[in-house]
Design a binder for this molecule. Structure first.
Ligand code: HEM
Length: 451
């Protein structure tokens, strides 16, 4: 790689900052087209960084030399300010200790018990919320429905019992408001002093505190009752640090649970919404999915043992997340001088891994814009660079909830395709809204009828 990287001057980044704030993907794609796969720029017109769509550099930073790189303060401080110091927002020794503690709880086999919880929640949601939302001939917006479903699935997986409806809706509202606010501080960092002046920080800190307060009540109630459940909270309560044999404090339990809520619902919801957009436009793929479901399940409930046999369903999900990666960008800050193929990366450098750009880079993918679940067949998959596809990130900070999310998405596709036919609604082409996650602006409107 050339040492003298192409450079986008600050004035140009600043000039584009409004456009960037409206749709950063359009702005970054334009830069990639003009300046190539790796270049220096100012993120949002403010923060100097190196943006890359080179899977080799992504692997270098996220995996191979990860010890020299940290999560950037954008993720740890700005998100951590509201969401607390949990796995997603912590770093260094504390993060490693927490990751070692929590990781076993997300092992595939430990998730087996959650399939029943998820199945129940999905059925209940489809009966109670989804079906009544269908009205003949009117387009249905999948985005808020998938958001609600994914939020409920995480909530029920954490606290299987006794979750009150009013708490659930308070928590849902708080988490969306706080995440939307964090996204604003990302897109328009120059307005942060104004947000503070207007009291918006205090307002959202209050919402985050209410959210934590509700979680704390459930944690304390569980401790006091002495009951055991097969849920994520039980896993967090049972986890013991290797060195001390102690468990987490209530404060830590609240922080880790809050992070699971925040990291675990919006991402999955977006992946599902985009998958419905794609499936509505590819009825042949939806039919093939139904045939697979019939062949493997024959009308039975999908379960932990049968999910791995739903190979094509998995491929559709993989391809949906290639085209629309919910986590479309991530970054790392260099804490120890590093180098990548002749490119010096001194301490303080920031590398922005442009996941969207990698997933759609010609040369890495044949016909990158096309929806082709066949690419993810067992054999075909081996042909790609290991970091050409990274919807869950990579290296030691790989998403801890990846198996959870994949399981949930498979169950949702199976259950919804069994009951409904999803078709495009004329004139409703979704647009990108890349916030912290890749949302569809104005939703994903489709037409849905019962089978
Ligand atoms: C389709 C759904 C999901 C996607 C695309 C996704 C994506 C990601 C990505 C890309 C990262 C790494 C970020 C980075 O390296 O900067 C991450 C981390 C994380 N995710 Fe997910 N995620 C999903 C679902 C979930 C679920 C369901 C949970 C929990 C129930 C979860 C919990 C976490 C946590 C706790 C981290 C931080 C891990 C660490 O740093 O140790 N995610 N996720």
């Amino acid at each position: 790689m050339d040492k003298a990287l192409p450079f986008i001057p600050r004035w140009k980044s600043l000039r584009n900052s409004l456009r960037f704030s409206y749709n950063p993907i359009a702005a970054l794609d334009q830069y990639v087209a003009e300046y190539g796969h790796t270049f220096r720029f100012y993120l949002g017109g403010m923060v100097p960084g190196i943006l890359t769509t080179d899977p080799g550099l992504a692997r270098h930073v996220l995996q191979k030399e990860h010890r020299k790189w940290r999560k950037s303060p954008i993720q740890t401080e700005r998100m951590g300010h509201f969401l607390g110091n949990g796995l997603l927002t912590s770093d260094g020794d504390y993060w490693l200790r927490q990751r070692r503690l929590i990781q076993p709880g997300f092992h595939r086999n430990r998730l087996a018990a959650l399939t029943a919880v998820m199945n129940r929640e999905i059925d209940d949601f489809l009966d109670r919320r989804f079906e009544p939302a269908l009205s003949a001939g009117q387009p249905v917006d999948m985005a808020p429905l998938m958001m609600e479903l994914a939020f409920r699935v995480v909530a029920k997986s954490l606290f299987t019992t006794d979750l009150r409806e009013e708490d659930l809706s308070l928590m849902g509202d708080a988490v969306s408001a706080v995440q939307a606010f964090i996204a604003r501080t990302f897109r328009q960092p120059y307005l942060i002093p104004w947000f503070r002046f207007r009291g918006l920080y205090r307002e959202h800190e209050g919402l985050a505190d209410n959210f934590d307060g509700i979680i704390l009540n459930y944690i304390q109630a569980r401790r006091q009752s002495g009951e055991r459940q097969d849920d994520l909270l039980q896993m967090l309560l049972d986890a013991r640090y290797e060195d001390t044999g102690q468990g987490m404090t209530d404060r830590q339990l609240v922080e880790e649970s809050a992070i699971l809520f925040a990291a675990g619902h919006e991402t999955t919801a977006n992946a599902l919404s985009w998958a419905w957009h794609l499936l509505s436009n590819h009825p042949e793929t939806a039919d093939r999915l139904r045939r697979e479901h019939q062949a493997v399940l024959g009308g039975r409930e999908p379960g932990f043992e049968t999910l791995p046999q739903l190979q094509y369903t998995q491929q559709v999900i993989d391809e949906a997340m290639r085209l629309y990666p919910p986590a479309w960008i991530t970054d790392r800050l260099c804490v120890e001088d590093d180098e990548y193929e002749g490119l010096p990366l001194p301490g303080g450098s920031r590398v922005v891994v442009y996941i969207w750009g990698i997933h759609r880079r010609a040369g890495l993918w044949e016909a990158p814009e096309a929806f082709r679940p066949e690419r993810f067949g067992r054999e075909q998959k081996k042909e790609y660079h290991p970091f050409a596809y990274l919807p869950f990130g990579g290296g030691p900070r790989l998403c801890i909830g990846n198996n959870f999310a994949l399981m949930e998405m498979q169950l949702v596709l199976v259950k919804m395709l069994q009951r409904f036919v999803v078709e495009p609604a004329p004139g409703c082409e979704p647009e990108l809204q890349p916030l912290i996650t890749l949302r569809p602006r104005n939703g994903v409107k489709v037409s849905v009828r019962k089978r």
